[in-house]
Design a protein around this ligand. Structure first.
Ligand code: ADP
Length: 707
C-alpha cells in the first residue's frame, strides 16, 4: 500500500499492518521468499512435466500397439490353421469323390461311353475339377471330360472353374485295378489351385487376409486376389503382418500364406498424435508467456526490494521522527528515529492506542484533549510544541506537525505526524534568555555603579567643601574664644555628618561597582563569533554586511566570556545604529582580531558609517552622553568599565583607509591567556596603539597590567 501525506512527503509503507516489521529491512526473511536462482528457472518446470507426460503417453500407445499386433498375429495363426484344415478337407473330399468314380468303373457301372455323363464326373466337374481323364494301363485315354463340357445346369460352377483355370492347376490321381488285382488304369482329375482357394476361403477370411499359395521360390501358385503385389506396406505406422505355413502335402513344395490386408486406419487413430503435438505447442506457448510473466514479476520484485531498501534507509536516516496513526489514534507505523526518540521498540509501539507511554503522566488529561483535537483534524498547520517522556524517564520537547495520511486512491486513512526533537533548541533559547537577563542585570548594576561613581564624584567636592568650611568655622570660633558648647557640638556633628555622607557615597559606589568579572580561559574567536551569531538577526534586519577576520582560531584570553560578548554586541549595535544613516547596500562592519604585543590581543570593530566627527573616546564614554533620541549614553561607559576590569582598554578612532567613507573604529584589548607567539608581535607592539589619545592610555594600561 502506498501512503501519501497531503503535503509533499510521500511514504511508501508497504502493507500497513506490517509496518515497522523487519520484512522491509530484510526481505529474505519473508515466508514466500524463493531463492532467486531457483525462481529464475521455475518457468521450465511446466514444459518438463509436459514432456514427461507426452513421453508417458507415447510409451503407453506403443505398448497398446504391440499388444494389439500380438493379438492380431495370434488371430492370424488361428485363421491360417483353420484355412489349412479346410483346404485339406476339401482336397480329401475331392479325392474320395474320384475314388468313388474309380470304384464305379471297376464295378462296371461306368463304361467309357457313360463316363462323361456319370454322376460322379458331372458332380466333380461342377465343383472343383477342371477335367477328369480315364487312362488304361498303357495311359491311353478311355474317357475324358472337362468342365467346359458340363451340363447347362452346371454352368455357374463351370464358369467358376474356367476362371480358376487361369492359375496353375494341380491334379488328383486314383489307380484302377482289375478283379485279379492288376493295375487296370488310372483316373486323373485336374483342378485349379486358385479355384481351390476361392472356394475354400470363407468370405470373412478373404476380407481380412490376402491368401496365397506359393512355392519355395516365392512364386505365386494361387491367390484369392487376381493380381496383387506382395504387400509389406506401412501405413500410418501399422505394418501388414504375414503368416506362412507349409502345404506339402497335399501340394508339393507349396506354402499357404496369409497376409493382412492394409488396415483401414480411421482418421481418429491419428488424433492422439495430433493432440500431443498441439498440446506440446500450447504448453510451449504457455511456458513462454509464463516465463515473460515471471521475468516481469522478478523485475518488479527486484525494483520493489530496491525501493524498500532505499525507503528503509531513508526513513532510518531521517532526523525527523515519523508516526502514522489511523483514525482511532492507533500507531500503524513509526520510523526508527521516532522509536529512538521515545525509547520504545518499534514492535511495541505499533498497534498501541492512546494514552501513549510517552505522554507525561501528570499531563495525560491535557494530552488526551490535544490528541482528540488532532484526530478531529484541528491540529495547527504550523505545528505545535509538546513535552514527551522517554522510556528512561527523562522528558524532552518536541515540535509536532500533523498531516493527513492518504492511501493510493486518495482516501484519507489517518494522520501522519512528523516530530522534531527541539529540546536542544529550547535549551539554547533558555540559555540565551538567562544570559540576556544576566546581562541586563549586569548592565543595570554597572550603570548604577557609573551613576554612583559620577554622583560620588560630583558630591565629593561639595561634601569636602562642607567639611572644610565646617572645620574652618570651628577653628575660627575656637580662636575667637567662642565657648558655646552647644554650637561647638553642632558644628562638630555637622563635620562628622558631612564626612559620614562622603563615606556612604563612596561605599555605595564601591559596593555597586565591586562585581569582579569571572575571568577564565576562553577562546576569543568563539566569543566573537557567538556575539555575531546572537546579533545576526539585527544585522540582517538592517541590511548590514559583516566580515570577521581572524587568522588564529586558537587564541585564548583570560576573560568573562559573557561580558565580552556583550561588549562586542554593544559595539555592533552602535555601529548598526550609525550605519542606518547610510544607503542599504553599502553598510559594512568588519571585525578583526590580531595580536597586540606578546601579552595582549586586540579586537577592532570598524564600520563605514558617518564616523566620530573628531570626538574622542573620553567624550564618547562620558556617562549619559548620547546623540540618539532614545539613547541613554551609558553603553560605551559600561563597555569601558568592563574592558578595564579585565585589565584591557577601550579606544575609538576613525576607520582604516579600506573603508569608504571612513566610519568609526572601536578597539578593545584583552590580556592573552599565555604569551602570543607570532612573527608580527614586534610590528604589532610598535603599531598597536599609535592611533591617538586613547591608544596611549591603552598602552599605559597594558604596561601597568603587564608589570
Ligand atoms: P547610546 O548608544 O545610548 O547613545 P553609547 O554610550 O553607546 O550610548 O554611545 C554614545 C554615543 O557615541 C552615541 O550616541 C553615538 O553618538 C556615539 N557612537 C557610538 N558608536 C558610534 C559609531 N560606531 N559611529 C558613530 N558614533 C558612535
Amino acid at each position: 500500500m502506498i501512503l501519501f501525506t497531503k503535503n509533499s512527503a510521500m511514504h511508501t509503507l508497504g502493507d500497513v499492518p506490517m509496518l515497522g516489521s523487519n520484512d522491509v529491512k530484510n526481505p529474505r526473511r519473508s515466508e514466500n521468499y524463493i531463492e532467486p536462482q531457483l525462481a529464475q528457472h521455475l518457468w521450465i518446470l511446466p514444459i518438463l512435466l509436459s514432456l514427461l507426460f507426452v513421453g508417458a503417453v507415447i510409451i503407453w500407445l506403443q505398448r497398446a500397439d504391440t499388444v494389439d499386433r500380438e493379438e492380431r498375429r495370434q488371430n492370424m495363426i488361428t485363421d491360417a490353421l483353420t484355412l489349412e484344415t479346410r483346404l485339406r478337407a476339401q482336397l480329401d473330399f475331392e479325392s474320395v469323390q474320384l475314388e468313388n468314380l474309380g470304384k464305379s468303373i471297376q464295378a462296371g457301372r461306368v463304361t467309357a461311353t457313360q463316363f462323361t455323363a456319370s454322376k460322379e464326373v458331372t458332380s466333380g466337374l461342377s465343383q472343383l475339377w477342371q477335367s477328369v481323364t480315364w487312362l488304361d494301363q498303357d495311359n491311353r485315354v478311355h474317357g475324358h471330360a472337362t468342365s467346359l463340357l458340363a451340363s447347362p445346369g452346371a454352368l455357374l460352377p463351370a464358369v467358376a472353374n474356367a476362371e480358376g483355370m487361369r492359375g496353375i492347376s494341380s491334379h488328383l490321381v486314383v489307380f484302377l485295378y482289375s478283379a485279379t488285382g492288376t493295375l487296370a488304369g488310372s483316373l486323373v482329375a485336374r483342378y485349379s489351385q486358385t479355384a481351390l482357394l476361392k472356394q475354400s476361403v470363407p468370405w470373412w477370411l478373404a476380407r481380412k487376409y490376402h491368401v496365397r499359395l506359393i512355392d519355395s521360390l516365392e512364386q505365386e501358385l494361387a491367390s484369392t486376389e487376381d493380381s496383387r503385389p506382395r504387400v509389406t506396406s506401412h501405413k500410418l505406422g501399422i505394418e501388414s503382418a504375414t503368416y506362412r505355413l507349409s502345404f506339402d502335402p497335399p501340394i508339393r513344395d507349396a506354402y499357404l500364406e496369409l497376409t493382412e490386408h492394409d488396415l483401414f486406419v480411421p482418421w481418429y487413430r491419428a488424433l492422439p498424435s495430433a493432440l500431443m503435438i498441439g498440446f506440446l505447442i500450447l504448453i510451449s506457448v504457455a511456458t513462454w508467456m509464463l516465463r515473460r510473466q515471471m521475468q516481469g514479476v522478478s523485475r518488479a520484485e527486484a525494483a520493489w526490494r530496491t525501493e524498500a531498501a532505499w525507503r528503509s534507509a531513508m526513513e532510518d536516516s531521517m532526523v525527523v521522527g515519523l508516526r502514522a496513526r489511523d483514525f482511532e489514534g492507533r500507531l500503524v507505523y513509526v520510523n526508527r528515529t521516532f522509536a529512538e526518540m521515545v525509547g520504545w521498540p518499534r514492535a511495541t509501539l505499533i498497534g498501541m492506542l492512546p494514552p501513549m507511554p510517552y505522554w507525561l503522566p501528570d499531563q495525560i488529561e491535557e494530552t488526551m484533549q490535544r490528541h482528540l483535537r488532532n484526530m478531529a483534524g484541528d491540529a495547527p498547520r504550523e505545528g505545535y510544541e509538546a513535552r514527551w517522556l522517554h522510556a528512561n524517564g527523562h522528558s524532552f520537547d518536541v515540535m509536532v506537525f500533523e498531516t493527513p495520511l492518504v492511501d493510493a486512491s486518495g482516501k484519507q486513512i489517518g494522520w501522519m505526524g512528523s516530530i522534531l526533537d527541539i529540546t536542544e533548541r529550547k535549551q539554547m533559547e533558555e540559555r540565551d534568555r538567562r544570559q540576556a537577563d544576566t546581562l541586563a542585570h549586569h548592565a543595570r548594576l554597572t550603570m548604577l555603579g557609573e551613576v554612583a561613581s559620577t554622583l560620588a564624584h560630583e558630591l565629593n567636592q561639595p561634601l569636602t567643601a562642607i567639611a572644610s568650611y565646617n572645620a574652618g568655622v570651628i577653628n575660627s570660633l575656637q580662636r575667637d574664644g567662642f565657648s558655646d558648647a552647644s554650637v561647638h557640638n553642632a558644628l562638630q556633628r555637622l563635620g562628622e555628618q558631612a564626612a559620614q555622607a562622603g563615606r556612604i557615597v563612596q561605599r555605595i559606589r564601591e559596593f555597586l561597582t565591586r562585581r569582579e568579572p569571572e575571568l577564565e580561559s576562553c577562546n576569543i574567536h568563539d566569543v566573537v563569533e557567538n556575539a555575531i551569531t546572537l546579533f545576526q538577526r539585527e544585522l540582517t534586519r538592517h541590511h548590514v554586511n559583516i566580515k570577521f577576520n581572524n587568522d588564529d582560531h586558537s587564541i585564548q584570553v583570560m576573560a568573562d566570556a559573557v561580558l565580552i560578548e556583550q561588549v562586542i554586541i554593544n559595539l555592533l549595535r552602535n555601529a548598526t545604529d550609525a550605519l542606518s544613516a547610510m544607503p542599504d547596500h553599502t553598510r559594512m562592519i568588519e571585525i578583526t582580531i590580531h595580536p597586540a604585543g606578546e601579552f595582549f590581543l586586540r579586537i577592532d570593530v570598524a564600520d563605514n558609517g558617518p564616523g566620530l566627527g573628531g570626538r574622542t573616546i573620553r567624550e564618547l564614554c562620558t556617562a549619559f552622553y548620547s546623540t540618539k533620541l532614545e539613547g541613554m549614553g551609558m553603553g560605551l561607559a559600561i563597555c569601558r568599565s568592563v574592558i578595564e576590569a579585565h585589565g584591557g582598554a577601550l579606544d575609538a578612532a576613525e576607520s582604516p583607509l579600506s573603508f569608504t567613507p571612513h566610519g568609526a573604529q572601536f578597539s578593545l584589548t584583552l590580556p592573552a591567556f599565555r604569551p602570543i607567539q607570532s612573527d608580527e608581535n614586534a610590528d604589532s607592539n610598535a603599531n598597536a596603539y599609535d592611533n591617538g589619545e586613547g591608544n596611549d592610555k591603552a598602552a599605559a594600561t597594558h604596561h601597568k597590567v603587564a608589570a
